[in-house]
Design a protein around this ligand. Structure first.
Ligand SMILES: O=c1ccn([C@@H]2O[C@H](COP(=O)(O)OP(=O)(O)O[C@H]3OC[C@@H](O)[C@H](O)[C@H]3O)[C@@H](O)[C@H]2O)c(=O)[nH]1
Length: 525
């Protein structure tokens, strides 16, 4: 008789196949199919039946042929309570198990001896194997991610003391070993975090209290990593509309770190010496999802943070955007260009929101002596972008990983210039700490048409069995008011900050693709 049965052990629910060798021939077809799906197999013979014992070897070789590799097995001598009819001794059973190199036990289904134990032993073995395999797989993937550990442009931000080892930063989003969190059979298991990434020791007079609004977002969390590493105290305020606790989970509980769920639309009281104001949805589908809220976030959020800066005499940095240039008629765009924005179009909630945020910033500077900085950020990408973000980099990478067609909006001749997130963070920290109050473009002037960009990502992501030839590019209608070209003039950043991007787009993209692949394999996104 062969039966399939489910067993639950320590949250592990798997199919266990139980059968006895006496019925093997009859159930060969069924069991062959079962073998393939089984994670563990109990090979049961009767200690009272010589034939069933002698069938075991045959059965075992069938399993070796049809079951998946590494399937866990236990040999069971059943009916051990029927001593007077026993023909196979316990020693014979053990000897056979030793020969087959599997675990052995005797049971009695009728007298309920050892049956549960057998199931649980097998379930435990399966669980161990799954964890070992998963860990080995993760280690392999991380090793495959070709990480170069050169310092992050140590020349550019030596002056502000943030020269971080790239390897250190990467470990924060691609940890080498995740003692605190592992994924087991669809469950995310968090343990108490008992250690944190190291941070620099700063004297109390050098250590600043820094507020980062939107610090749980994609750019914000990388900025937080860097400020923490530099030895500062960091307070993150985020409403988690597009940010995620996971982005900063490695700092939660650290004595230098605080995470506050708060919407900047409401006032926030705290004593700080620097404010990086990032809070605002940044991807077109997100900021267009609730346009009035986007305007409120830019206007009221910026007023609240400028008010805080005025009261505490904190230095205030606004993260503005290249979108203030709208659909530009000047190319590349200098900071002196006033822009070409449609004030009533679908992008206006963000573009005009950021323009008024800049207006507010300079009004507080002139009227209230607030010490201000304004960064105009051009298209940025990197690890921790949400796959549902809707921006072109995450869309194309996720589509290519899944083997889906890449969605090209319009003819693909529009251009963008993309920068890697670590370069942007360098620029933000430098800008905050230098003595320059005019707006500064932060972007990488490497310019691509979106069509060429799609091709580059296809080639980077797709390996056999999928190749760029069998993943299409699907043309969709162009987005309304989509800027036709965009490229930063970074003369100002070079001159006043000593900043320029250190990563090529390809280098940054390769690492971003590797990060997305690991997340997909882990089932985290
Ligand atoms: O799937 C997609 C997504 C986007 N695109 C196109 O790719 C280009 C870039 O689009 P994104 O959505 O990534 O970014 P955009 O340049 O439109 O806006 C961005 O500008 C700078 C930042 O301040 C903001 O993060 C964001 O608003 C656009 O032409 C868009 O139409 C596609 O062709 N396919």
């Amino acid at each position: 008789m062969a039966t399939a049965k489910s067993a639950s052990y320590d949250y592990l629910i798997k199919l266990l196949l139980i059968g006895d060798s006496a019925g093997q021939e009859r159930f060969r077809t069924i069991t062959t199919a079962y073998y393939r799906g089984a994670m563990g197999i109990l090979l049961v013979y009767d200690v009272t039946d010589e034939k069933s014992f002698s069938n075991v070897r045959n059965w075992f070789s069938n399993i070796e042929q049809h079951a998946s590799e590494g399937v866990n097995k236990i040999l069971i001598g059943n009916k051990c309570d029927v001593e007077d009819k026993r023909v196979i001794s316990k020693e014979q059973g053990q000897a056979l198990a030793d020969e087959l190199n599997i675990r052995f036990m005797e049971t009695s289904a009728k007298a309920n001896i050892g049956v549960e134990e057998a199931f649980f032993d097998l379930a435990r073995d399966i669980k161990k194997r799954l964890i070992d395999t998963q860990q080995a797989q993760q280690t392999r993937q991380r090793e495959e991610v070709k990480l170069d550990s050169s310092p992050v442009k140590s020349n550019s931000h030596a002056s502000v003391g943030s020269e971080a080892e790239l390897g250190y930063l990467r470990d924060l989003y691609l940890p080498k070993k995740q003692d605190d969190r592992h994924i087991d059979n669809g469950l995310i298991i968090y343990k108490t975090i008992t250690s944190y990434p190291p941070v620099k020791q700063l004297s109390p007079s050098d250590r600043k209290r820094i507020l980062v609004t939107g610090g749980a977002g994609f750019v914000g969390s990388h900025l937080v990593d860097r400020l923490m590493w530099m030895g500062h105290e960091v307070i993150v305020v985020d409403n988690f509309f597009t940010g995620s606790k996971r982005n900063v989970e490695h700092w939660i509980g650290h004595p230098h770190f605080e995470l506050v769920r708060h919407d900047v639309v409401d006032p926030f009281m705290i004593e700080v010496s620097q404010i990086y104001h990032l809070a605002c949805p940044a991807s077109p589908p997100h900021y267009q999802y609730n346009p009035t809220k986007t305007v409120k976030t830019s206007v009221m959020g910026t007023i609240n943070m400028l008010g805080l800066a005025k009261r505490t005499k904190a230095r205030f940095l606004l993260t503005s955007t290249s979108e203030v240039y709208g659909d530009p008629e000047e190319h590349p765009q200098k900071e002196t260009y006033w822009g070409n924005v449609n004030p009533i179009g679908p992008r206006a909630c963000y573009d005009e929101g950021k323009r008024i945020a800049e207006t507010l910033t300079y009004a507080y500077m002139r009227q209230n002596d607030v010490d201000v900085r304004v960064a105009r950020i051009f298209n940025t990408f990197g690890p921790r972008m949400s796959p549902a973000d809707g921006r072109v980099v995450s869309n194309f990478i996720m589509q290519a990983i899944k083997g889906e067609s890449l969605t090209l909006y319009g003819d693909g001749e529009q251009t963008r210039s993309f920068q890697y997130v670590h370069d942007l963070v360098d620029g933000l920290i430098l800008l905050m700490n230098k003595n320059y109050s005019e707006p500064v473009n932060l972007g990488n002037p490497e310019e691509y048409t979106i069509r060429n960009f799609a091709n580059m990502i296809r080639e980077m992501v797709l390996q056999p069995p999928l190749s760029p030839d069998n993943v299409d590019i699907k043309i969709l209608p162009a987005a309304l008011d989509d800027p036709k070209k965009r490229k930063p003039d970074i003369t100002r950043a070079k001159k006043y900050l000593g900043w320029e991007p250190g990563f090529s787009v390809k280098q940054g993209l390769q690492e971003t693709v590797d990060w997305f692949k690991v997340q997909v394999t882990e089932g985290s996104i």
